[in-house]
Structures are given as C-alpha cells and as structure tokens.
Design a protein around this ligand. Structure first.
Ligand code: ZN
Ligand code: ZN
Length: 257
C-alpha cells in the first residue's frame, strides 16, 4: 500500500506546469495518493479539475485564512456548491493565522466558522491551518463539538502538551517535513505522542522540502518519503508497518476507497 500526501498544492504554479512528471516521481518514491488543497476560488476550481483528471488525486476546498478579508456571502455559496463535487473529500485549509495576520482576526474567525458550517452541512472532514492561535482555534472547534465529522491539524507545529489536547478531543494531527529540521525539537516531541491511528503525513508542497532535501527549492510529493521514514524511525517502528498504519488512518479519515 502506497503512502498518501494529505496536504499538497499541486495546482500552484511551481508544480502545475509539470504535473505528469511530478506525479510520476511521486509514484516511483512510493507516494501514490494525493489530497490537493485549494486556497482561493480560482485554486479551488483548479484543484477539483485536477482531481477529476487523476484517479488518485482528491481535492479539498476553502478560502485560506490569509484571504479571509475577501470572503463574501457569494464566496461561501460558491464554495459550498463546489464542495459537493464527488472528488472533494474535505473542507480546508481553514482556521486562524495570527502569525502573518494578512486578514483581520475578526474576519478570520468569521470565515473559519462559515467553513465549519459547510463541513457540518456536507458531512465532510475539516483541515485546520493554525498558527499562533492554538487556544482560539480549539475554542471555535469546541463551539461546534460533535457536529464536525473529523478534524485534522495540518502542518502541526505545537508542543507535545498541545498534541495531547488535540488527541483528547478526538482530532488528528498531520506532520510536514518540518519535523525533520534540525531546530524542530518541539515538533519531534509532539510527533512522539501521536499514535499512528491518529497521525497523517503531508508535504504542504511546493513549500518546505524535508531533510536531507531541504535545499531543493520546490518541494513535491515524492519527497514525502523522507518525512515518512524519519517519523517511523522517531517512533521506533518498522517502516512498512508504520506506512501501512498511517495510510489506513488517512483512508479512514478522508473516506477514500
Ligand atoms: Zn497551512
Ligand atoms: Zn497548505
């Protein structure tokens, strides 16, 4: 069973021009499924079109918290319509980014709640982007506790204590190549406490290539193999066993065949 890159941006310019080769290299590396994430109306449309063209590419759609200030009632209606496509397997990435604050916090909170409403209505899982906003993100999720089907914190950068809070709520945690970075000791401590039946792996490509490929400017799904091997070693698990368990977790979470 191959690995699944649970969070990639295959429609972004760095990757979309050469998508066939990107997919070929990914398969050769053992990463044979992909969830491509849309971040604005145009990217959402592209993500769904790409998913329709490739059997093992699925899409998630949302307006990124960075762009919350642009979201109107029409944007939300359109998003909800698109999310009903059969290749759309999740709503995301949505959440709060208090690191960059590209949109006002009040707008980010409003749009996050609107996304959660869509996920609840359509019975879809939610992919959370959370930066320097852990407590408030948990608070907003608590407000609709039990109504959201499944929740994953993508590109997890919190502590082991925060990971435990997330797990206690029944949520999932996804790690990028950041966990392989020299200065990522906190993320490694967090990864140690997440059991394979609640853990997923992603590239978040084209950003952030994992070690030992960190110098490769444009990250791509093939490189996720390094993160997967690193995590298996960190958790002192046999790689094949770890990969099989994480893929099973991913398929359950996204309800993949
Ligand atoms: Zn993100
Ligand atoms: Zn992303």
């Amino acid at each position: 069973m191959g690995l699944i890159d649970t969070h990639c941006h295959l429609t972004f310019d760095d990757l979309s021009g050469d998508i066939d080769a990107v997919i070929e290299r990914s398969i050769a590396a053992g990463v044979t499924g992909w969830i491509t994430i849309g971040t604005d109306p145009q990217q959402n449309q592209k993500a769904v079109e790409l998913a329709e063209r490739y059997e093992n590419i699925y899409a998630a759609v949302a307006i990124h918290p960075h762009d919350a200030k642009t979201v109107t009632a029409d944007t939300i209606n359109e998003l909800k319509k698109l999310a009903q496509n059969e290749k759309v397997v999740a709503i995301g990435e949505t959440g709060l980014d208090y690191h960059y604050n590209h949109s006002l916090r009040v707008d980010q909170r409003r749009v996050f709640a609107q996304h959660l409403e869509i996920a609840i209505d359509l019975n879809l899982p939610v992919l959370i982007h959370c930066r320097e906003a852990f407590d408030e993100t948990m608070q907003i999720l608590d407000d609709c506790a039990g109504s959201v089907k499944k929740v994953v914190l993508h590109c997890f950068s919190g502590s082991a204590e925060q990971a435990k809070i997330v797990l206690d709520k029944g949520f999932y945690i996804s790690f990028t190549g950041v966990v392989t970075f020299k200065n990522a000791e906190k993320t490694r401590r967090a990864a140690e406490v997440v059991p394979p039946d609640r853990l997923m792996i992603e590239t978040d490509c084209p950003y952030m290539s994992p070690e030992p490929m960190r110098k490769q400017k444009i990250n791509e799904p093939a490189l996720m193999i390094h993160t997967a091997r690193y995590l298996a070693e960190l958790k002192r698990m046999d790689f094949a066993d770890f990969a099989q368990k994480v893929t099973a977790t991913t398929k359950t979470f996204f309800h993949l065949p």
